[in-house]
Design a protein around this ligand. Structure first.
Ligand code: OGA
Ligand code: FE2
Length: 416
């Protein structure tokens, strides 16, 4: 009869020892020199629901419902209990809310080629009479810059910036070309500031730490729930941003935007944390802020309006984020019924991924179909919170959420 080798003798067999050692080294290498692979929830099919128990209260389960398959968007009802929502609102109020900023940073050196001007002129001069009237400028501004002006504003802009050189009340092609784009940007910013209801983002916000010493227990629990539901590596979640709480008043909104940078691995870019965004690294690669996923929580019931809309969720994978049709659907004050529209409900969480995964399970191209925003609050107010899960490929992990408030300089934090 043959003797079965005992388990310990297998383990100490020199060949097996070497293989085990190599496996350990490989695993360690992966953890030390790259990110552990990211996970992504499988959407299965539209309307699919799965039930999962919450980690800290196994008797309390939640159901994850598929709202869209590709790109995947999920809703999780009762993710937060009403008292947890109220608690988070109170924490934000105590921390103090600040007016939200959004949009691309102003580039002081905007330059346009002749061909760009000709193309723009054709788009603005809709009746093709070689004159831009104030009405055409109002329409063009709404369409191409999402800024809502009146004809009086246009006249003021003509005067203040000296744009209408011959004083005939319209712009011809030369006057259009001579206009200083940066001055115009400044003028539009001032108009938006004076009438926030026309702003891209009309809301206020606060940031709350979710880790470290003295962390609020509800916020810490929330992060554990996120970890459990998304299945992401702990290190990725714990090195992500603090919780952003947002408050919208009547007519508050956030026009369509991406939560993450337009990152493409082939574009000589690397994912970095906020403080290094736009920095150029030693290897010549530029830092992008890569928010892999968003978990957005509704903290109250909105009386009317305030839905979260993904106007391009049904677009094909190659859709481009420019052009009049894009701008039209992006203005969520004007329309709120394209693509996937989620009605706010206290305690519900919405989950989506702003990036695709690459073949190695690492962060990949941005998925423009996840453009989304908050539609106008038509009655009542709206409170939400955002958890953004960031990926930093520079191995320079640090836990921003564990830094103290005084260390955290809101001015350097880029918002999208
Ligand atoms: C955001 C956002 C949507 C909403 O804050 O980034 O997309 O419904 N909000 O408020
Ligand atoms: Fe967003």
């Amino acid at each position: 009869m043959r003797m079965r080798p005992c388990f310990s003798s297998v383990l100490i067999h020199p060949f097996i020892m070497v293989v085990v050692l190599l496996l350990f080294l490989l695993l360690d290498h992966r953890l030390a020199f790259g990110h552990p692979p990211l996970t992504r929830l499988e959407p299965f099919e539209l309307g699919h629901e799965r039930t999962i128990a919450l980690p800290e209260i196994p008797s309390r389960s939640v159901s994850i419902k598929t709202l869209n398959v590709d790109p995947p968007i999920f809703a999780i009802e009762n993710f937060l209990l009403p008292n947890e929502c109220q608690h988070i609102i109170r924490l934000a109020q105590n921390a103090g809310l600040e007016t939200s900023q959004a949009g691309e940073p102003v580039n002081d050196d905007v330059t346009m080629e002749d061909s760009d001007y000709e193309e723009a002129w054709k788009a603005w001069d809709t009746d093709g009479d070689a004159q831009l009237t104030r009405a055409e400028i109002v329409d063009g501004m709404r369409e191409f810059t999402q800024t809502v002006l009146t004809e009086d504003d246009v006249e003021r802009m003509f005067n203040e910036l000296g744009m209408d050189e011959n004083g005939d009340g319209t712009l011809d092609f030369d006057e259009f070309k001579n206009a200083n784009i940066n001055d115009m940007d400044g003028f539009l910013d001032d108009v938006e500031e004076s009438r926030p209801v026309f702003k891209t983002r009309y809301s206020r916000q606060a940031w709350l730490n979710q880790g470290g010493q003295d962390v609020d227990v509800v916020l810490e629990t929330l992060r554990e729930r996120l970890l459990h539901v998304t299945g992401l590596p702990r290190v990725v979640v714990e090195t992500s941003e603090s919780l952003q709480v947002v408050h919208y008043d009547h007519r508050g909104h956030y026009h369509c935007h991406m939560d993450s940078d337009h990152y493409s691995p082939s574009d000589n870019m690397t994912c970095c944390h906020f403080d290094r965004r736009d920095e150029t690294l030693g290897n010549g690669r530029r830092c992008a802020l890569c928010r892999y996923l968003t978990l957005l929580y509704y903290l109250n019931d909105v009386t009317l309006g305030g839905a979260t809309a993904f106007p391009f969720a049904h677009a094909n994978a190659t859709f481009q984020d420019s052009g009049p049709e894009f701008q039209r659907l992006c203005n969520l004050s004007a329309q709120c019924d394209s693509g996937v529209v989620v009605t706010p409900k206290m305690g519900t969480a919405v989950l989506w991924y702003s990036h695709r995964l690459d073949d190695g399970g690492q962060i990949g191209e941005i998925d423009l179909r996840t453009y989304h925003g908050g539609c106008d609050v038509l009655d009542g107010e709206k409170w939400i919170a955002n958890n953004w899960i960031d990926v930093d490929a520079t191995e320079n992990f640090y836990t921003r959420s564990e830094r103290s408030d005084s260390e955290y300089d809101t001015q350097t934090h880029s918002e999208l």
